[in-house]
Write a protein that binds this ligand. Structure first.
Ligand SMILES: Cc1cc2nc3c(=O)[nH]c(=O)nc-3n(C[C@H](O)[C@H](O)[C@H](O)COP(=O)(O)OP(=O)(O)OC[C@H]3O[C@@H](n4cnc5c(N)ncnc54)[C@H](O)[C@@H]3O)c2cc1C
Length: 360
């Protein structure tokens, strides 16, 4: 049997960040991933995710600030910056631009409240029905580049990393946990389960989890009529459309619907894009993003794992740490997730809101 201090199951953004943080803090780490590096079956593939300070909840505004510093640290340690701060726009009644701007400014973000005319002047590719918040710290993250950088740093710091090696048959064992990985049996003092949409199937029965709902989210790519910088956009629900988001990825703009997505399982999803989702995205672009050609250039899907209240689950039961930070907005926090999970590995109490049994 092989022994390690900290084992990590899963090398998406969360597992890669955990391996990097745990190694940096002096732990002996082994990390395992079911599939090949850069696979597209989970939640961390592709080249764009929104980073924003803009939340209406001060708890998350504070966490985005901490995460932002850690993204800068990653860039400094690798010489490659996965975060391009192109700026972010939040608009629509559901985003409360007036309150949002005040909250961000209270947290030291130089956010601006743009009236409708000023917003339209600055961002002619977007249609505004009211005011907008401009978040200058917002930007686009490249998740695949970030995973690769964090894994590289973890390996450079001594972590063992094995791809195409699923973790299975987990059982508590004396002072730790025993599991199979590939052909070998391992014993770890702590096992971090950062398995994305597979957290439920992998831990079912071992750790009582809150309800986790896996959905397959379609994403569409549109071409701008004019070249030029695009901000990231979160458009709160209107009477005609659900909350939508958009962000530049290379020469195209990616558009997604945060709300609708077919309920599925990590292994049962079919990678298909429903026709009504495509129609909804095209209609949305026609109505609200006049700077884009509404004929999609490409499309794909990605898995959300939604926890109650769109919060995360970061907690420990005995030697097992549950790391499920998705709910469709976890990417921006990845390096902070690595730190928070390593805190749990070292015996810290969970953040109450992220506990397996959150406060009522
Ligand atoms: C369409 C879409 C858009 C999003 N947009 C944003 C955004 O704009 N901003 C933002 O902040 N967040 C966004 N997110 C959320 C963000 O991408 C996720 O929070 C993040 O990628 C979750 O990473 P993860 O590592 O927890 O999960 P995953 O990336 O799914 O990684 C889990 C890994 O565990 C592996 N695994 C599973 N079982 C095992 C096992 N038994 N043994 C070993 N390995 C295993 C899987 O193969 C997988 O590689 C979006 C998500 C989606 C799907």
């Amino acid at each position: 049997m092989r022994h390690v201090d900290v084992a990590v199951a899963g090398l998406g953004l969360s597992g890669a960040a955990t391996a990097w943080a745990a190694v940096r803090r002096g732990h002996d780490v082994a990390a395992f991933e079911t599939y090949e590096a850069g696979h597209r079956r989970g939640s961390s593939h592709g080249h764009s995710r929104i980073f924003r300070r803009a939340y209406l909840d001060p708890f998350y505004v504070e966490l985005t600030g901490r995460a932002g510093h850690l993204w800068e640290r990653l860039a400094a340690e690798t010489g490659q910056n996965p975060l391009d701060r192109v700026g972010g726009i939040d608009h629509g009644p559901g985003r409360g631009p007036e309150d949002m701007t005040v909250l961000l400014r209270e947290h030291g973000v130089a956010a601006e409240l743009l009236d409708r005319e000023e917003a339209a002047r600055r961002f002619p590719g977007i249609r505004f029905a009211g005011p907008a918040t401009y978040d200058p710290e917002g930007g686009v993250l490249d998740p695949e580049a970030a995973v690769a950088s964090m894994v590289r740093l973890a390996v450079a710091g001594g972590a063992q990393v094995a791809y195409e090696t699923p973790v299975r048959d987990i059982e508590e064992d004396g002072d730790g946990v025993r599991f199979r990985a590939g052909d070998e049996t391992w014993h770890a003092r702590t096992l971090v389960v950062a398995a994305g949409s597979w957290v439920g199937p992998l831990l079912g029965g071992l750790v009582p989890l809150p309800r986790l709902t896996v959905t397959e989210q379609p994403i569409f790519y549109f071409a701008p009529y004019e070249p030029g910088p695009w901000p990231t956009i979160v458009h709160g629900a209107t009477s005609e459309s659900p909350e939508m988001y958009a962000l530049p990825e290379g020469p195209l703009v990616k558009v997604g619907d945060h709300v609708h997505g077919g309920v599925t399982t990590a292994d049962g999803r079919d990678f298909a894009v429903p026709a009504e989702a495509r129609s909804r995205a095209v209609e949305y672009v026609r109505e609200w993003l006049p700077g884009l050609d509404p004929d999609p250039r490409s499309e794909t899907t990605c898995l959300y794992t939604r926890a109650p209240g769109e919060d995360f689950i970061l907690d420990r039961q005995g030697p097992i740490v549950v790391c499920s930070p998705c709910s469709g907005h976890g990417a921006k926090f990845a390096p902070l997730i690595g730190e928070l999970v390593t805190d749990l590995v070292e015996g810290a109490e969970p953040i109450a809101r992220f506990a397996l049994t959150p406060p009522a």
